[in-house]
Design a protein around this ligand. Structure first.
Ligand SMILES: *Cc1c(COP(=O)(O)O)cnc(C)c1O
Length: 218
């Protein structure tokens, strides 16, 4: 099942997004075993994303070679476990985290690739509110230990398709505005199992899929 899911989605992604840009699939692997993750990697997944530092570390020795992303809320006291081990942290969601990530990266002689997380209205989640996100980007791109590669967002759970399309379009506009200022901007990480097709229609170029690849979580 995992193999068929991965194959079908990778086949679909060959078309790119609505702008014909290449799309990166990140398998969201929270709660999944190394065996399940390795099946996805053998089937063609090249990028995986964990939500929790504990799981990120526990699985490190047992998964096949791949690019490892971090997509969950990150506590500042856990940064040290991820430094130098992730290709991209999607969840830079607040200034104190940016300060800490910047100074630890500089001390380690590293440039850490990050996405700024944008909060589209779900109060339980972190992130910069959309109207503030561009200013946050301008401020944080001065940090020498960070390289801002784009933005991450989660659309709200809603059946209101025009609302979701409007939010996705506004995220793409933010991405384009930032890309006009910095050649580092490359990724708009937006789209989960329930809404990835809508997100690709509206300009996302990186999607994070869990249940669409691995089945429902227990
Ligand atoms: C779990 C998770 C996903 C994937 O969710 P699915 O609905 O299972 O596809 C994507 N992004 C983040 C940040 C997640 O925590």
């Amino acid at each position: 099942m995992i193999e068929q899911n991965v194959t079908a989605i990778l086949e679909r992604l060959k078309e790119g997004n609505a702008r014909k840009e290449p799309v990166t699939l990140v398998a969201a692997t929270k709660t999944r075993t190394p065996e399940e993750i390795n099946r996805a990697i053998r089937a063609g997944v090249k990028d995986i994303g964990e939500n929790r530092v504990q799981e990120f570390l526990e699985k490190s020795d047992s998964i096949l070679s791949c690019r490892r992303h971090f997509i969950g809320r990150l506590q500042t006291n856990k940064i040290k476990y991820l430094l130098g081990k992730t290709c991209l942290i999607h969840s830079l969601d607040r200034d104190p985290l940016a300060e800490a990530l910047d100074s630890l990266s500089l001390r380690a002689g590293l440039l850490t690739d990050v996405l700024l997380e944008v909060n589209l209205g779900e109060s339980s989640k972190g992130g910069y509110p959309l109207p503030e996100a561009f200013r946050a980007f301008c401020r944080l791109r001065e940090k020498k230990g960070l390289r801002i590669r784009g933005f991450m967002a989660m659309l709200p759970h809603s059946d209101d398709r025009p609302l979701l399309e409007d939010l996705a379009d506004r995220m793409r506009a933010l991405f384009d505005e930032a890309a006009g200022k910095s050649e580092d901007i490359a990724y708009l990480s937006m789209g989960m199992s329930s809404d990835w097709e809508l997100c690709l229609q509206h300009g996302a170029n990186m999607i994070r899929l869990g249940s669409a690849l691995f089945g429902e979580r227990a």
